[in-house]
Design a protein around this ligand. Sequence first.
Ligand code: ADP
Ligand code: MG
Length: 678
Amino acid sequence: MGLRCVADLLLHAPSRYRRTHPWQSLSRVAAAAAKGAAEGMEVRGEIASVQRGFGRTPKVEVVLEDDSGDIDLVFFNQPWVQRKLHPGMRIIATGKPRTYRDRVQIANPEWRRIDDDAPLQPPVLDEQSASICPVYPASEEVPSDHIADLIDSILDEAVALLEDHLPASFRASHGFPELATAYRYLHRPDLDEHIDAARRRLAFDELLLLQLGVMMKRFHRRTHLHAPALDRSSEVQARIAARIPFAPTAAQTRVIDEIGADLAENVPMNRLLQGDVGSGKTVVALAAMLQAVAHGRQAALIAPTELLAEQHARTLGSLLTDASVRLELLTGSISGAARRSLLDAVAAGDVDIVVGTHAVLTQDVTFQELAVAVTDEQHRFGVHQRASLRSKAADDSRCPHQLVMTATPIPRTLSLTIFGDLDISIIDEMPPGRAPISTIAVGRSGAAAAYEGIATAVRRGERAYVVVPVIEESTAGLTDLESHLETLADGPLRHCRLAAMHGRLDVAAREAIMDQFRRGDVDVLVATTVIEVGVDVPEATVMVIEDADRFGLAQLHQLRGRVGRGERPGHCVLIAEPTTDEGSRRIAAMVETTDGFRIAERDLEIRGPGELFGSRQSGMPPFRIAALPGDLELLALARRDAIAWIEQDPLLTLPEHALLRRRLLKAHGRWLGLGDVG
Ligand code: ADP
Ligand code: MG
């Protein structure tokens, strides 16, 4: 489980705490419940019967008996319990008993099996008080109790060695326990207050270290790094405006101004541009890049995939038709002499704008003087693996202005955390004349009508997408691309021209299929989520998503953004019979709104921020204790403290901050790139 040493054990926080209660006979439990004063209790008994209950929520009803009587155990939403529990089996169950329709029952008890001949008569009936036991994240081979024993055996010696990185006066002013005490409370609490005190202190520590890291980086950027100041004369502005073939929306104008003002400074810009799918971020990126080009400097646009880089190059290329701007696409598929001469041209400064993927631009390319780097993240959040692009003439303190674009808004509540060093611009308005998208959710029985809808749309000359969760038949019983394509081609879509589109096709094959679809030689793309980003075919009006509950909410929203990009209204049909609560909530959110900001909030509610800001995406190590948005107040406190701290000792070089600095660099130095901070 990655627990290799004493420190790992110490840091392994309980996922929750179990209260152990004195074991009670069933008749005493019944008596306590009848008095209405029942606390959590532990019972043991033999299972007399196991039945599936009726009602809207699936439930399993179990009768448990001992020599003194019987009670009911009711398991809601845990149908598998029916397979695990059998009459004659003996178990320990804990939970809070209550009286329900003249019976005593415990709803959703915790339980575990004991020997079939284990005694069922409590040995002593004294009223010893409940004690608190930590329950650890565990695996089948390494159960929680085993981890608890190990931690118990090292705890006293380990905490005795712990040095606290927070000064005593700081702890006192915040009412925090000492670090050693916090860990003792975390693993061995005697009182509920101990758990709270430990959590507060340790969660604060995590949030503080993160904020210190972010603020240290911000300080470094603002004082040590320099970018070219690209001032925005009215002549430059006019030349940029001439390249935008439509009247920008008020929101586009506002963000272009915000970015333009940043670029005019010699402090490197670090800005996040949020705007829903189709809100028109491309021309904003173009405006930023042209501001560099107007000053004879270079700009780069970094796309998440080759497909998207090609698409961007095509779009920008047509916006720049007849302009004296040299734009080049640089992908992995350009090789040999062509590649070498392209790289030379970029290094010589002959190419003004380079479009490519992250890998290509960071590994192979040296710019003469890169002034503006735009990263199109789509809905990823890799904002901290920010491009480190090379400039030829650059000394270490030269740094391009950075603009990161994303279609997934960051809920305001979270923009303080790992995005604490970013300034944020928001496009909160759609270009005019955008056709609305209607979304409906249907069960399997609605599939026939959905495909009939596609057939009708194709007869009108429109195009459609069918999205499936997997390519090949899988054990999970999901709709797979291969067999679904056959089913559609032989059935409801037999009069349409179908093509498959998925990630296992190579780039050239994908591009060829996309071309056919764009031209209208293919009517319906049966695809996996590869089409979620960047595909822009205005004639596509219908999207049917199979097993829609299996996709993430942000992903569904991105997928839906592929239709309704032209003048005809878009339709999205979600086919799903959700088996989980989360799945149902995702579907409900999609039907409820097309507003990306609302979707992002729902996503946060449903998934929690841990998932949303998973370490995989940001590179940030996951919090062990802190939880957002629950700990928002602590986060605000940590942020305030971190700002004050960094103001006073920007690089934490004072001797009394040495330990804090060491722990900070260990936790965040690498992914935040604090190495160059010293
Ligand atoms: P995204 O934010 O998803 O990258 P795009 O930049 O691709 O959005 O813009 C989506 C479509 O809207 C494009 O076809 C673009 O030309 C068009 N568009 C963008 N801004 C406007 C505007 N102000 N008026 C009209 N059409 C616009
Ligand atoms: Mg885009």
